[in-house]
Design a protein around this ligand. Structure first.
Ligand SMILES: [Cu+2]
Length: 252
């Protein structure tokens, strides 16, 4: 984690603003941060070859040129991206701009940044340490965490909420849906706000992806619980792929 925060601190900036961050690496291994989805100059983009050793700093300083969207940042240390994300060295980075502000979407307490991650929890409730996986698919957890909290809950009003969801897991795909089977309204994705909203009964979100959702709770009954959960689904070729890896060795 960064700054003792799990997930790493929530950052918010504006198109046209100067973005300055000092990263101090206190990990016992090399670290560099990458601003996922943004397009800063190459030296500011956290390429793995820029990683600095324990005890060193890296200064980021660039002008935000990207449009309003939900971005994220995470470790880009070679061979350590999955492990660092699992440990919480990953966070949300929101960019605002005039175009998005003009839409007057739900904001303040009605705008919920949600970093979804899965972790493996043993029967005693302890988090299982990250183990380097054999394949490129990372470590799959068995329990969901939102903003670092195991199965988090939120007291809501009968209102429309904007959920900015990031899948910060290193292998898990979520199929997000409401437990009351009402529609989710997608207003944005990795590229920012969509041209028009799309009503869906579920949305798939794979590691690194973001989805900007409106969750309409105006007709919810006071006292009820609505779960934003992940529906079960099959990835049809995953078994075939696993067999292929076992036959041919590591795909890289
Ligand atoms: Cu990334």
């Amino acid at each position: 984690m960064l700054n003792n925060s799990l997930p790493s601190p929530f950052l918010r900036t504006r198109r046209g603003d100067r973005f300055r961050v000092t990263m101090e690496n206190e990990l016992p291994e090399a670290l560099i941060l990458h601003w996922h989805g943004m397009t800063p100059p190459e030296k500011m983009d956290g390429h793995p070859h820029l990683a600095v050793p324990e005890g060193s700093k890296y200064e980021y300083d660039f002008t935000v040129e990207n449009r309003a969207s939900t971005y994220w940042y995470h470790s880009h240390s070679h061979y350590r991206v999955g492990k660092h994300a699992y440990l919480g060295v990953a966070g949300m980075l929101i960019v605002d701009d005039d175009e998005a502000d003009a839409l007057q979407l739900p904001s303040g307490e009605y705008e919920i940044p949600l970093v979804l991650q899965d972790r493996r929890v043993d029967p005693s409730g302890a988090i299982v340490p990250y183990a380097d996986p054999d394949t490129m698919e990372g470590m799959i957890g068995n329990e969901p965490f939102g903003n670092g909290v195991h199965r988090p809950q939120l007291e809501v009003e009968t209102a429309i909420y904007r959920f900015r969801v990031l899948n910060g897991s290193n292998a898990r795909i979520f199929r997000l849906a409401r437990s009351d089977n009402k529609d989710l309204i997608i207003i944005g994705n990795d590229g920012g706000l969509l041209e028009r909203p799309a009503k869906v009964d579920y949305v798939d979100i794979s590691p690194g992806e973001r989805v900007d959702l409106l969750v309409d709770l105006r007709n919810a009954t006071v006292g009820d619980t609505v779960l934003l959960g992940s529906r079960a689904f099959m990835i049809s070729n995953s078994l075939a792929k696993e067999e292929q890896i076992q036959r041919q060795g590591h795909p890289m």
